[in-house]
Design a protein around this ligand. Sequence first.
Ligand code: EAX
Length: 323
Amino acid sequence: MKHTLFALSGAVALMASTQVQAEQSIVVGHTLSPDSHYSVGAEAFIAKLEELSGGEFTGSEAPAGQLGGERDMIEGLQIGSLDVVITSTGPLGNFVPEVYALDLPFLFRDYDHARAVLDGDIGDELLAKINENQLVGLAWSENGFRHVTNSQRPVRTPADLDGLKLRTMENRVHMEAFSEMGAAPTPMAFPELFTALQQGVVDGQENPVTVITASKFWEVQGHVSLTGHVYSPAVILAAPSLIEGLTEEQRSWFYEAAAASATATRAEVNRLEEEGVALLRENGMEVITDIDKAPFAALAEPAYAVYTDQYGSELITRIQAVE
Ligand code: EAX
């Protein structure tokens, strides 16, 4: 009897090791078009994973919301139906409320500040929080500073937002901030956005230059105001069921691939920050650059309570203190 059991467990171990060695195909999902900064990141992830694993893992990209919106994809990771997702933090606060700290308006001074926070202790601590919620946070990546676009009028002051039907992400902090600033926020998943703008279901939306260009929003929006009202982090997430089944070495390949992906994405964000505004103008958008941010920031301030009511302001003070 004992003998049979041993033989059986030996067979199971053999099967398991054969499985590990068989080629595994990983799908990387995101909402943006195949020529976006997320695609650059997805390609870098796949290339690095294939290189490090010597082909034990191969990868393919599912762009343009093929696997659903960001909230759907996060749920997919939790139940193990998806592998790896590059997402903004937009809907992530619904799953990991601590992450709302990063979505607060007018918190980050500039790209250097945001990247220093995400690459430091605070970024690590928030990845650990993500890991407590049936998700694996592999690395922080980047979406960019968000700006308001709309089809109605140039927005220069908060008064110009008055009554504007503005699509926001499914994010309580952002919705609160925009209603304080006078707009009528309408939360919506990204894959529905272009059509909603086209059909006038909403008047406007807000996204970084990277997303505005990759999505050709100039086809449906005449005005863009460089409000830079909030920094939009991206994060590379994986399914716990995938990561838990890996050896330590295999796991390290996923983390390294995610780091390479974030580096490539940030470089593309830098490029588009330099060249993107000209591209918006070339495509017929009126670009308002001279925005006085102070009155927007003053109005948006109560949105901080969405985070601070639950967690206090210690982390916010620490974020502000990062050089
Ligand atoms: O992550 O939903 C959004 O506006 C995001 O910026 C977009 O999906 C990229």
